[in-house]
Design a protein around this ligand. Structure first.
Ligand code: DON
Length: 423
């Protein structure tokens, strides 16, 4: 059998193709000539497997999505306290390119690192060496997270640099207040270069894997960020990542996120999944119209709202809980919570294992909680196994899958034989 996730993502894009509305960003001239029909989505699991669909190899400039990773990088290098001295964490409720300074304590500072004034300040804090400037340092860091060598989009960079009047005026204001401590032109141009780094949706989900996985890069096992850094970044993504649409986003989608004006959006659900979408047309807040649509759909289909899902504490099935109880009869004893991330893991395990001619029994008696998507995915997996010719039975004393009994090859005889394995 195959997991249903790739088909799901392809269907998702198909269904949203009809969604209209929005405009290309035109304050960066080069972005105005983007192909408005490009559409892509990618998803990473906690263990770093990437699913994707649509124009998933299409490269676009990362733009403001870079702000989340640059913030994490600088916290890791300088420590959170030093960074908070320079940039606050209050949502501004204003557009991304407002200067939005926080003057509530005796120090004036940009309100948060997701708006341009905060992001330019954060960029100025990136440590450099004799051979690597700030933009090059951040490019190398992003490449490490993405797992491949990324590059700058020099056309986008040049185009934004030539017209960066607003960011330059923000830079000069920050320099005037001594928040920037060196030449504002050089810092703004380097920040603009950071925004021009080319990524695909697959790169983006590889990059956010580290945030999904508590600071450890899933593919290498290397710790990149401390827990505190991850928590800090996800917090500002939650409150400020979608700018003055952050409240609507949190209510409707409920996933810590960051958008960029080229049309990308990333979403990170800690301990569960990472998502990235790309569709260039934007709403009036500078967020991708179709991107929001797709994210909202995924959040609802997969039960991903932050205040709804429960992070997994255990594997849904451990290897020692898959047993051959008698010849050609295999039992999967499932445990804990069954929601999207656990169901995906289970279906992938079923996909990867060779089942021969086995009858497969799912023992659900140790499932403590199941949500709608977990239920649907397990039923789908059962249908797929049956289509592959397997007989399926359930041990389901709590009636977790009430609809399943009529569909399954579930005989009292097998249930009696299995009475002792559910204990
Ligand atoms: O600084 C700018 O204006 C752009 N390089 C990035 C802005 C951006 O992506 C805002 N997000 N939606």
């Amino acid at each position: 059998m195959n997991t249903p996730v790739p088909e799901y993502l392809a269907d998702l894009l198909q269904n949203c193709k009809a969604a209209h509305g929005g405009e290309l960003a035109d304050y960066i001239p080069e972005l105005a000539s983007a192909d408005p029909n490009k559409l892509a989505v990618a998803l990473t699991t906690l263990d770093g497997l990437v699913y994707s669909a649509g124009d998933d190899d299409y490269e676009f400039s990362i733009q403001s999505i870079s702000k989340a990773f640059a913030y994490a990088y600088v916290i890791e290098k300088l420590g959170l306290k030093a960074v908070l001295e320079k940039v606050g964490v209050e949502p501004s409720g204003e557009a991304f390119n407002e200067i939005s300074l926080d003057q509530t304590d005796d120090k004036v500072k940009p309100k948060n690192p997701m708006i341009n004034s905060g992001a330019i300040t954060i960029h100025s804090l990136i440590p450099t060496t004799d051979s690597t400037d700030r933009a090059e340092t951040i490019l190398r860091f992003f490449s490490k997270l993405a797992g491949r060598d990324l590059s700058f989009d020099m056309a986008i960079y040049q185009s934004e640099k030539d017209t960066a009047f607003r960011n330059l005026s923000i830079g000069y204001s920050l320099r005037n207040l001594n928040i920037l401590e060196s030449d504002p032109i050089e810092i703004v141009e380097s920040y603009v270069k950071q925004c021009s780094i080319k990524v695909t949706v697959k790169d983006l989900v590889n990059m956010i894997g580290v945030l999904v996985n508590g600071g450890i890069l899933p593919k290498t096992g290397e710790r990149i960020f401390s827990h505190l850094t991850v928590r800090q970044v996800l917090t500002v993504m939650t409150t400020c990542g979608m700018y003055n649409a952050a409240g609507d986003w949190l209510a409707a989608v409920g996933i810590p996120a960051k958008s960029g004006v080229s049309g990308g959006i990333i979403g990170v659900l800690p301990g569960q999944v990472g998502l990235a979408v790309f569709a260039p047309k934007l709403d009036r807040y500078g967020n991708s119209v179709r991107g929001i649509d797709i994210m909202q759909q995924m959040s609802s289909d997969m039960g991903l709202h932050l205040l709804e899902g429960i992070p997994s504490s255990r594997a849904i099935v451990n290897d020692e809980d898959i047993t051959e109880v008698k010849q050609d009869v295999k039992v999967y004893k499932l445990q804990g919570v069954l929601q999207f991330s656990e169901a995906e893991r289970l279906l992938r395990k079923l996909q990867d294992e060779d089942h021969g001619d086995n009858t497969i029994i799912f023992d659900l008696s140790h499932i403590s909680l199941v949500n709608e998507v977990g239920r649907r995915m397990l039923l789908d997996g059962i249908d797929r196994l049956r289509a592959d010719g397997h007989d399926i039975a359930l041990v389901d004393p709590e009636h977790i899958l009430p609809d399943a009994k009529t569909k399954l090859n579930f005989t009292p005889k097998i249930y009696e034989d299995l009475a002792d394995i559910s204990k």
